[in-house]
Write a protein that binds this ligand. Structure first.
Ligand code: NAP
Length: 296
């Protein structure tokens, strides 16, 4: 059996079109254009690529986006002042501080300074707390993208055993919380594995849905997958490849070629979860702008 490919590019395109329609409606009814401001500190090349992708997708959906590029040497206090200014700006509905930040800046302090009402990355403790107790919240974009990719492809996690490998605050933990909620598109039984898990392959083999968020190329092998399981590969790893112009290729945390022969459905890397992450940022920014309209 060869797995169905869960096409993140095609699904994110549908989301982008839905957001574009929402943006037009908001403009017509309230004269509001959603606005996202990204703060980019320093010159991490990968971060610069991510930020450009976000700008491009915003433009396609009709969202106004602005990037504030700050030098790596900026003090934490100066960075916090930028965040404060954006918190107070009514034209800014979403604020995103691109991570990682330089070592002398405490990421948590900066994230905590963003207004929870504009925290479209969903990393602020208020949004994390709201998510845990099942209240309305901005969901972090990658886990939200994983859930949406499944829903849009008619995969219902309800009653399924979801095994997540990885417990980071940005992927593993929030994915577990989202999928265990007593809500449509969730209601799963969730197991979270990490580097101290014993008998990991045995546990992963029990998964009806397996989410790999580890950061190790080809970690999840075909023998760990129950035949017919859904496999969501969050990993983005560089493998040296002299046949490529740039000298490397991107691979996930799952041994795609072998696992696709066992799984029922699988996400590719690239073209899977990564595409969904940016799409959900658009969804969150529109949601934030809609809330502003509700207050008018
Ligand atoms: N597609 C996207 O949009 C997107 C977004 C975010 C991240 N990513 C990618 O997803 C991957 C994970 O990112 P992350 O930020 O969650 O990474 P992270 O913070 O480094 O967390 C990795 C997790 O994997 C676990 N782990 C590491 N080695 C393990 C092993 N040998 N056995 C079992 N568990 C192991 C770690 O366990 P411990 O907690 O015990 O250390 C940790 O919980 C990376 O490749 C990243 O680039 C992609």
């Amino acid at each position: 059996m060869t797995a169905t490919i869960l096409d993140g590019k095609a699904t994110s395109q549908i989301i982008q079109e839905e957001v574009a329609k929402g943006v037009r409606d908001l403009g017509e009814k309230y004269g509001i254009t959603p606005g996202l401001t990204v703060i980019l500190v320093g010159n991490n090349p990968a971060s610069a690529v991510y930020v450009r992708q976000k700008e491009k997708k915003c433009a396609l959906a009709g969202i106004r986006s602005e990037t504030i590029t700050l030098p790596a040497e900026i003090t934490q206090q100066d960075l916090l002042e930028h965040v404060e200014r954006l918190n107070a700006d009514d034209n800014v509905h979403g604020i995103l501080v691109q991570l990682p930040l330089p070592d002398h800046i405490d990421e948590n302090t900066v994230i905590n300074a963003i207004s929870p009402e504009k925290d479209v990355d969903g990393f602020h403790p208020v949004n994390v707390g709201r998510l845990v107790i099942g209240e309305e919240a901005f969901l972090p974009c990658t886990p939200f993208g994983i859930q949406t990719l499944m829903i849009k492809n008619n995969i219902d996690p309800e009653g399924k055993h979801v095994v997540i490998v990885g417990r980071s605050n940005i992927v593993g933990k929030p994915t577990a919380v989202i999928l265990m909620q007593k809500k449509a598109g969730a209601n799963a039984t969730v197991t979270v594995c990490h580097s101290r898990t014993k008998n990991l392959p045995e546990i992963v083999r029990q998964g009806d849905i397996v989410v790999a968020a580890i950061g190790r190329a080809n970690f999840v092998t075909a023998d760990m997958i129950k035949p017919g399981a859904v496999v969501i590969d969050v990993g983005i790893n560089r493998l040296e490849d002299s046949t490529k112009k740039r000298g490397y290729r991107l691979v996930g945390d799952v041994d795609f070629e072998a696992v696709k022969e066992v799984a029922g459905a699988i996400t590719p890397v690239p073209g899977g979860v990564g595409q969904m992450t940016t799409a959900m940022l658009l969804v969150n920014t529109l949601k934030s702008a809609r809330k502003t309209a509700g207050k008018k």
